[in-house]
Design a protein around this ligand. Sequence first.
Ligand SMILES: [Zn+2]
Length: 207
Amino acid sequence: MISRWRPLWCAALLLAASCSTLVAPRTILAESDLELTQKEDFLAQWEVSLDVANAFLQSEHNQSLPKGQYELRNDGMILRGPDRDYEVTVKKTTMGGLCATFGYPAQERSWGFVVGSSHRGPAVVANTFFYSVTGKRRNPEMLAELILHETAHQVHDVGTLRFTRTMHYYWFSLFYGYGGHPDEAMPVMVNHEYRSFLRERGDWPAS
Ligand SMILES: [Zn+2]
């Protein structure tokens, strides 16, 4: 039985171990294939999105995440909450690319989340963090929503944060579909609260 499954385990390990790029201010600034103005543009997109996310966190619409503040550091984000801090690191990985192929821009991890490639160009910016899975550049509001959703997985300890939970997540999705997955309940609740916040600001179409 073990030898029969060995190729699958090897493939899974190879997939997990292969190709990982840290998406962070430090790696963007070090990218030789980008002009300085391009680097500044991506970093500005990120900074403004965190301004929006922080305004939401401090608003009355936020009922499901800590009343904290994101900070953008050299190696990525940190959410400073009243009780504890959360490391929210972003990596472009092979697994993130597989998710993007199926239409999901990111997948949560215990230390942040992974994304896939979506565009031609250096991996530090040509990925589903800065672009949608259809290749459209995210505006700050859309980027903030992605960050908030993935952080909600960490805060509520749900989703693909650990191996056993990951297996359960895929098992459930296989038989019952992604929609209505119990591990998505709180992150989706955060989406609803965030969109209600944006609607009040006039930044999101009324539903
Ligand atoms: Zn989710």
